[in-house]
Design a protein around this ligand. Structure first.
Ligand SMILES: [Zn+2]
Length: 214
């Protein structure tokens, strides 16, 4: 998972911190990433020790950011392991994907359930869709968001304006069909009247960031 041009520093409080050497960075910086954890970017010509000293000077800020980022418990539900998540995911997600694809006229090739911590799903150029078994740990509206996101990639391989436009339309339609369900309605509330400023995709994207694959 860690690139070659970096070094892992194990901090007693923060755990594994990646010190990443970047040829483009001009100064030291820190990011608290929902999946990768704490990452310190170190310019190529700066020694790693300076990166560690910088981390020390920013410890208070990193602590606050970590609390925000890991708002949701990333551990598995009580009594559940990866294999039981996989079994549940196989029983639920392919049918849900089929339903959404039929509803919106998408044709994909194959669907597979995968286990990883780097993405929630993916769609290949051959039209094969992978879905992360961790989707069983997020609410149904967010599951549907990922499924629709991957289906939209069948039309738009990148994340360009066309992709976002189509996905936003699909979500608007899908959510309006499920408005009777409390968990769907809850996500539309922050949007309210000001639809233009708060697109459904951005609300859902923000909500999804509070979950982490394990
Ligand atoms: Zn994507």
């Amino acid at each position: 998972m860690f690139p070659v041009n970096g070094k892992v520093h194990t901090d007693p409080e923060l755990g594994d911190v990646l010190l990443r050497k970047s040829p483009r960075a001009r100064r030291l910086s820190i990011r608290v990433h929902p999946l990768k954890g704490v990452v310190v970017t170190v310019p190529y010509w700066v020694p790693y020790a300076r990166g560690i000293a910088f981390l020390e000077s920013q410890r208070e800020w990193v602590r606050t950011m970590r609390q925000k980022v890991s708002a949701r418990d990333a551990s598995l539900p009580e009594g559940e392991d990866i294999e039981s998540l996989r079994a549940r995911a196989k029983a639920v997600l392919p049918d849900r994907l089929r339903m959404l694809a039929d509803r919106y006229g998408f044709r994909y090739n194959r669907v597979a359930i995968k286990h990883n911590t780097s993405n929630w799903g993916s769609c290949s150029s051959k039209g094969n869709i992978n879905l992360n078994l961790n989707l069983m740990r997020v609410p149904v509206p967010l599951q549907d968001y990922i499924l629709l996101h991957e289906l939209t990639h069948l039309h738009h391989p990148d994340h360009g304006p066309g992709f976002h436009e189509e996905l936003e339309q699909l979500l608007a339609d899908h959510f309006s069909r499920h408005l009777e369900e409390d968990d769907f309605r809850a996500y539309l509330q922050p949007i309210g009247e000001s639809r233009a400023q708060h697109r459904i995709t951005s609300v859902l994207e923000r909500a999804l960031k509070t979950y982490r694959p394990v």
